[in-house]
Design a protein around this ligand. Structure first.
Ligand SMILES: [Zn+2]
Length: 108
């Protein structure tokens, strides 16, 4: 039973590390392909900066050099940074502006 518990603990401990490592690999390939879009919003947004009406995009935050450096310094800061990079704000797909309105609110 003790062996089983330690196995469970090991899996619980390793899964965020493996997930972070998977994110790191994905970030490397994204940076090299030049497409740093993490996700695209489900709704159409109006950009207040350029007037573009489109789905907004979430881009990778930070940069790859910091990410790799943190992974080399220690696994934990690397994992945290890799997760943080995926959680940027949604921005305009045309100009990168952060001031977005739901396109339903146009004409006020
Ligand atoms: Zn824009």
């Amino acid at each position: 039973m003790a062996a089983f518990m330690s196995l469970v603990m090991l899996i619980l401990l390793l899964s965020p590390i493996l997930w972070g490592l998977w994110k790191l690999i994905r970030h490397v390939s994204m940076e090299f392909s030049g497409n740093t879009r993490v996700s695209v919003s489900s709704t159409t947004m109006l950009c207040k900066s350029c007037g573009n009406t489109a789905r907004s995009v979430r881009l990778l935050r930070g940069n790859l050099r910091h990410e790799v450096l943190l992974w080399l310094l220690g696994i934990l800061p690397g994992v945290i940074y890799s997760f943080w990079r995926d959680n940027g704000d949604f921005a305009c797909s045309a100009c990168g502006g952060k001031f977005l309105l739901d396109s339903d609110h146009r004409g006020h």
